[in-house]
Design a protein around this ligand. Structure first.
Ligand SMILES: [Zn+2]
Length: 300
C-alpha cells in the first residue's frame, strides 16, 4: 500500500524513505481546482513519490503547489527533482526557507555535518529558481475550489517550519512540530534536531496548533491519528521530559553515544516485548539528542 485516503480531500503517500515503509509520509490534497502536495520526502525516494502520485491518479505536472513543511531533507529533499519534472509547479514555503532553496549549499553542508556518512543515502539537493518559489505568511489561506488550505508558521523543530490545515476536512498536517511514532513501534520519540531546535518556540507552536479545530492529525512520521483533547498536552510533556533527560545526561558528563543508548533503553523498557529500534529511528533519536544538547548548552 502506497496511497491511502485519510480525509475527504487528503491522501497519505508512503515515500518508502531509505527503503523503509511507514517512516516518511507525504500528504496530497486534491481540490476541485488544483492539487497540492505537502512534503516530498528525500531526493532518493523521489521515484516512489511519483508512483504514489500515479496511484492517486496524478502526474507531477498536475500538482500546482508543493509545500515542504520545512527544510530538512526527509521533507524537502525531492523539491529540485520535482521542479525539474514539472517546471510550472510552485514551491510554497516559510519566508525563511526561500534563500536555502535558491542556494542549498549551506543546507547540504549542515546535513553532512549532522549525519556524516548516512547523508549520502538522502540524495542530492540542487538549487531551484526564484520564479518557482512563493513564501506564505502566517495563517495565509489559499483556496482550491472545494477545499482551502491555511498555512501556519510552526517554528521550534526548525525556524522555517509551517504546518498546513486542511479547513474543510479539519485535518492538520503537522510537519515535525510533533513527535515521531511509527506504527510498528508504539513509542513516541521527540524530534529536536540541530542546528536550530528551539524548545520555547516548539512548545508555543504545540499550543498554537492545539487551538485549531482539528478532527485528524496527519504526521510525516508517521500517519494519521484522531484528534484528542489531550494529544498536544502529551506532546508538550514529552518534550519537557526529553529536555530533563538530556539535561541530566549533560550534568553527568555522559558521552553522546552512552547517553543515547541509556535514554533509548529507558523508552524501550516501557514496552512489554523486547525490541531493537530500526536504524532510522535510532538515528533520529541520536540526532534529537544532539539538537536538544546544543539548545541547552547555547541557552545556559
Ligand atoms: Zn522529519
Amino acid at each position: 500500500m502506497t496511497v491511502k485516503k485519510v480525509s475527504e480531500h487528503t491522501y497519505l503517500l508512503d515515500t518508502y524513505a531509505l527503503g523503509f515503509p511507514e517512516f516518511v509520509a507525504a500528504y496530497l490534497v486534491i481540490g476541485s481546482r488544483g492539487a497540492v502536495l505537502v512534503d516530498v520526502g528525500y531526493a532518493s525516494s523521489f521515484q516512489k513519490l511519483v508512483e504514489g502520485l500515479g496511484e492517486a491518479g496524478l502526474k507531477p505536472t498536475e500538482v500546482e503547489y508543493i509545500v515542504p513543511t520545512h527544510l530538512h531533507l526527509d521533507h524537502a529533499g525531492g523539491v529540485s527533482q520535482f521542479i525539474r519534472k514539472s517546471s510550472k509547479t510552485i514551491v510554497l514555503c516559510h519566508p525563511r526557507a526561500v534563500k536555502h532553496f535558491l542556494d542549498p549549499s549551506k543546507l547540504n553542508a549542515s546535513v553532512r555535518e549532522i549525519y556524516g556518512e548516512v547523508a549520502s543515502l538522502f540524495g542530492p539537493v540542487e538549487p531551484i529558481q526564484l520564479n518557482n518559489i512563493r513564501s506564505v505568511q502566517d495563517y495565509e489561506r489559499i483556496e482550491f475550489g472545494d477545499v482551502s488550505l491555511r498555512f501556519i508558521h510552526a517554528p521550534g523543530h526548525a525556524p522555517h517550519q509551517i504546518a498546513v490545515y486542511v479547513e474543510e476536512d479539519q485535518a492538520l498536517i503537522t510537519g515535525d512540530a510533533v513527535s515521531i511514532e511509527c506504527p510498528s513501534i508504539p513509542l513516541r520519540f521527540p524530534t529536536t534536531p540541530p542546528p536550530s531546535y528551539n524548545h520555547v518556540e516548539a512548545i508555543e507552536t504545540l499550543r498554537k496548533l492545539s487551538r485549531l479545530k482539528s478532527k485528524i492529525i496527519l504526521r510525516p512520521h508517521f500517519g494519521e491519528r484522531p484528534w484528542s483533547p489531550s494529544y498536544f498536552d502529551e506532546e508538550i510533556n514529552l518534550l519537557n521530559d526529553w529536555r530533563d533527560k538530556v539535561e541530566e545526561s549533560i550534568e553527568r558528563r555522559l558521552a553522546v553515544d552512552d547517553a543515547v543508548e541509556e535514554i533509548v533503553n529507558e523508552y524501550v523498557e516501557r514496552l512489554k516485548e523486547e525490541i531493537t529500534l530500526p536504524f532510522y529511528l535510532y538515528t533520529t533519536v541520536r540526532v534529537s539528542y544532539l539538537g536538544m544538547k546544543k539548545y541547552l548548552e547555547d541557552n545556559r
